[in-house]
Ligand binder design. Structure first.
Ligand SMILES: [Zn+2]
Ligand SMILES: [Zn+2]
Length: 378
């Protein structure tokens, strides 16, 4: 018998454990919906008894066995303290036997030896994913529809500095299949969007009006031979055209173009685990990797208004002001007689106190350039 033709809508590895072959996201979703019972992807909470009865039936176990399993596997029996004592959840016991506690103690001891204390940023970052698990919307109309797909997307730092070549993703987002690529674009924070080009020592107050994001709105994503351009604003230019024409002139397989605002994720054909490209501000290039595509589950965040959902954000150290060493640098100056170095970085407050009189008149000679720290989005 001839082997059945593999179904192209079901992802298969192209490189084992690395990335899949390309597949169409909505067709993949349909394959799941055709195979699953609606109750499997329903968001309705099953009551516990029904759940256990179904479980017993599926696993082929008898009622007595099920009852025994329930008691042996209950959370109540997971205990490393005497039965009549209430444990303190904040304190890890000195000689834990539970694997999770052993790991937690290791981590705690490590932090104590390095004198690392958790600041509010770290606490917030740890909470990011947890706070939205199973979250329901206030308005029932804002609920993610049953049978919707959820994509997990890693966005990386632009590979301009070696420093960023080996870091974890800058951010991890969850998006639904009905989101457009333009919504992904709007969710990506990059400090190059906030850059201000120019020298502003005579007019420091007008600098914020020159933010790159407001002036250079062109951008594209590149997925599987298609450039998806941002065409939402009249100022947008097709910045992929140079590459498209070069490919044509050099006999490479032709690439096509589309609008990112008209393209939903479900329309895309992609490989999971494969690096794609996001380019904005002319040459700020980020790798984008879709790491998972799956049906929404009742334990997912079900509030549509909270998507794109940020589940991880990498934090980097910030450059501090050379005077107060406290606030993030906002200006750097050159040819500056007041500065201890050339160039020198100042926070907004120290910069103005040192370089202008109370009426805002410039004191002395210097050149001033707005500075946007990479950690601005921490
Ligand atoms: Zn960027
Ligand atoms: Zn300062």
């Amino acid at each position: 018998m001839a082997a059945a033709e593999p179904n192209a809508n079901i992802p298969d590895y192209e490189h084992t454990e690395v990335n899949t072959k390309p597949f169409h996201i909505d067709s993949f979703r349909q394959e799941w919906l055709n195979r699953l019972k609606p109750s499997s992807y329903s968001f309705q909470q099953q009551d516990e008894d029904t759940f256990h009865a179904n479980f017993a039936e599926e696993m082929g176990v008898r009622a007595e066995t099920m009852a025994e399993l329930k008691s042996v596997c209950s959370i109540e029996s997971l205990r490393c303290h005497p039965k009549d004592q209430k444990p303190n959840m904040e304190v890890v016991p000195p000689d834990p036997t539970l694997k999770t506690l052993i790991q937690r103690k290791k981590r705690q001891d490590h932090r104590a030896s390095l004198k690392i204390t958790k600041n509010r940023h770290d606490l917030y970052a740890d909470e990011l994913e947890r706070v939205t698990v199973g979250k329901k919307p206030e308005e029932i109309t804002d609920i993610v529809p049953e049978g919707e797909v959820i994509l997990v997307i890693n966005v990386y730092y632009p590979a301009v500095a070696d420093k960023f070549a080996y870091t974890r993703p800058h951010m991890t987002l969850q998006m639904t299949g009905s989101h457009s690529l333009a919504e992904l674009r709007d969710a990506i924070c990059c400090s190059s969007d906030l850059q201000v080009c120019g020298e502003f020592s005579n007019t420091p107050d007008v600098a914020p009006a020159f933010i790159s994001k407001d002036h250079y709105k062109s951008a594209f994503f590149f997925f599987e031979g298609v450039f998806y351009n941002d065409c939402r604003f009249p100022e947008c230019q097709d910045i992929s055209v140079t590459t498209v024409e070069w490919l044509k002139a050099n006999n490479f397989p032709p690439c096509t173009q589309a609008k990112m605002e008209d393209t939903r994720f479900t329309d895309l054909k992609v490989k999971v685990g494969y690096p794609y490209l996001y380019c904005h501000q002319g040459d700020c290039e980020h790798l984008i990797i879709i790491t998972d595509i799956r049906l929404a589950h009742k334990t997912d965040c079900l509030d549509r208004a909270l998507y794109p959902l940020l589940t991880h954000k990498h934090r980097i150290t910030t450059e501090k002001c050379a005077v107060c060493h406290l606030f993030i640098g906002r200006w750097f100056t050159t040819n500056d007689e007041f500065a201890p170095s050339d160039p020198c970085l100042f926070c907004d407050k120290c910069f103005r106190m040192l370089h202008y009189d109370p009426e805002g008149n410039k004191l002395g000679d210097f050149l001033a350039y707005p500075y946007v720290d990479r950690g601005a989005f921490n």
